[in-house]
Design a protein around this ligand. Structure first.
Ligand SMILES: [Zn+2]
Length: 228
């Protein structure tokens, strides 16, 4: 599907449809609706209550996540999910550290409507809030669900774009992506479109980002795990 730069960068969501999923309505890319519901059904048959913690996110939402980290309002985490000392980092170091866990506004896969952070609500202990940290999936309450997901998601056209550490985005065992749809979006998103968007809608540290945009594009945006 031909997408506009505004759609690819999360500025508009007019390509998405509303989908009732669990108790909530999400904006999703029309091409993923069927596979997403089939994945949820299969998970239910295996005893899991697959829910979406985060689906579509627009540019403004991603900009506020980004700006909060740049300004120190929220913590920048290292690769082990430990907070870094914001004051000791140069602007360039901050940008690179943030990109390990948070996408550049305009370049989040969550802008496309085909990527989702998922969890099993049935396994979440009472009173516990999901953190979206690797230990929950690798050796915590989400592990059985994660192992099931790993074995089954490709049957429904999904994959883990952040399955392993390739030196870009840190591993995210909760982030699934509808492969054909996302690849189509990624193929259309260019560094030039991002440059245009960030000039129009500046973010904190945007000069550092623009100066390093080609590197950021290859290290954090196109650098994803392939099909399993
Ligand atoms: Zn995600």
């Amino acid at each position: 599907m031909k997408m506009t730069p505004e759609q690819l960068c999360g500025v508009t969501s007019d390509h998405l449809i509303e989908l009732l999923f669990g108790q909530k309505t999400f904006l999703v890319h029309p091409a993923v609706q069927q596979d997403l519901l089939a994945l949820k059904d299969a998970a239910a048959q295996a005893g899991f209550n697959l829910n979406i913690a985060s689906g579509f996110r627009d540019f403004e939402r991603q900009r506020s996540i980004w700006n909060n980290k740049m300004s120190g309002a929220s913590a920048i985490l290292d690769s082990d999910s430990q907070p870094l000392d914001n004051e000791k980092l140069s602007e360039q170091e901050k940008v690179m550290a943030i990109l390990r866990w948070s996408a550049l506004p305009g370049a989040s896969r969550h802008h496309w409507g085909c990527d989702f952070d998922v969890f099993d609500r049935a396994s979440l202990p009472h009173g516990v809030t999901l953190q979206l940290e690797p230990w929950e999936y690798l050796q915590g309450h989400q592990t059985q669900f994660y192992l099931w997901l790993k074995r089954n998601l490709t049957r429904f056209g999904f994959f883990f774009p952040y399955a392993e550490d390739l030196g870009g985005v840190a591993p995210e065992p909760w982030h699934i992506s509808h492969q054909i749809t996302a690849q189509d979006c990624l193929n259309q998103l260019t560094a030039e479109q991002l440059r245009f968007r960030l000039r129009l809608s500046p973010i904190l540290g945007h000069q550092v980002v623009l100066d390093n945009l080609e590197n950021i594009y290859t290290q954090f945006i196109t650098n994803i795990s392939g099909e399993l």
